[in-house]
Design a binder for this molecule. Structure first.
Ligand code: FES
Length: 272
């Protein structure tokens, strides 16, 4: 996996019938974007290496079997790509159903409401309803935490809580980490490595048990190698990593990308 390297020689292909010429090594997703065609995506981000994990960006390519991820597939001369076939639309919808089935349905009270890529992508693929029961992965539908944490309420209501629930990490003074909203796209992990070069984050566990961790299993952000640069927060597509100022004051009116030697992530302003 990884972003194909753009090496320069021009390559001409068609995407949804549009003829496009881009440098060799360009990904199909980037070629489509340069032609003004947006392919749904979650784990890809303009300033990070492609990862190919969410499978939302799948396309069909004439003469090839399967549905490759457009973010990790380099263009080729004469390639004919289709981004909106019934087959890829069905796959994307299925992928989004799985993501949403394991995500808290609290959009109306979520700090990222209106600024959430998961929400945007659910709309982009036309998801209206879900065939699956809401999941229980790191998720606390009753708001009572683990049985131990919610013991009093559990005794009075009979709700047993979710033993897999991991409480929100509030240890960092600038941002919170809420595992229940994480889609494990690894954008935060890659931003920590590629933007900041800190390697403070990792993904531990497999399948439903996988989650982003700040170092050793029980480390919180403040006791990890995190330097509070904010690259992970900028990269997060949901409210998993959320600036405390946004929770308290609302979404910033303006953001700038800086060349500041300290972090290079950029600063946000909330106008009075
Ligand atoms: Fe391509 Fe996630 S955006 S696999």
């Amino acid at each position: 996996m990884g972003t194909p390297a753009r090496t320069g020689a021009p390559v001409t292909l068609t995407i949804d019938g549009f003829e496009i010429t881009v440098p060799e090594g360009t990904s199909v997703m980037r070629a489509a974007a340069e032609a003004g065609l947006q392919i749904p995506k979650l784990c890809a981000s303009d300033n990070l290496e492609a990862y190919g994990s969410c499978r939302l960006c799948v396309v069909e390519i004439e003469g090839r079997r399967g549905t490759p991820a457009s973010c990790t597939t380099p263009v080729a001369e004469g390639m004919a790509v289709r981004t909106q076939t019934p087959r890829v639309k069905k796959i994307r919808k299925g992928v989004m159903e799985l993501y949403i089935s394991d995500h808290p349905l609290d959009c109306l009270t979520c700090a990222a409401n209106g600024d959430c890529e998961l929400q945007d992508m659910a709309g982009a693929v036309g998801l209206r309803d879900m065939r699956y029961e809401p999941g229980q992965n790191h998720y606390d539908p009753f708001g009572i935490g683990t049985l131990a944490q919610g013991d009093a309420r559990a005794r009075s209501t009979g709700d047993l809580g979710n033993p897999d629930y991991i409480p929100k990490d509030d240890s960092n003074p600038y941002f919170t980490y809420d595992p229940s909203k994480c889609i494990v796209c690894s954008r935060c992990v890659r931003a920590c490595e590629e933007v900041q070069g800190t390697f403070a984050l990792t993904i531990e566990g497999r399948g439903f048990d996988s989650r982003v961790s700040a170092g050793a299993a029980l480390d919180d952000f403040m006791s990890s190698d995190c330097v509070s640069c904010g690259a992970c927060v900028q990269a997060c597509p949901t409210a998993t990593l959320q600036e405390k100022s946004v929770t308290e004051l609302g979404t910033p009116d303006r953001s700038v990308i800086t060349t500041c030697a300290y972090c290079g992530v950029g600063c946000s302003f909330k106008a009075e």
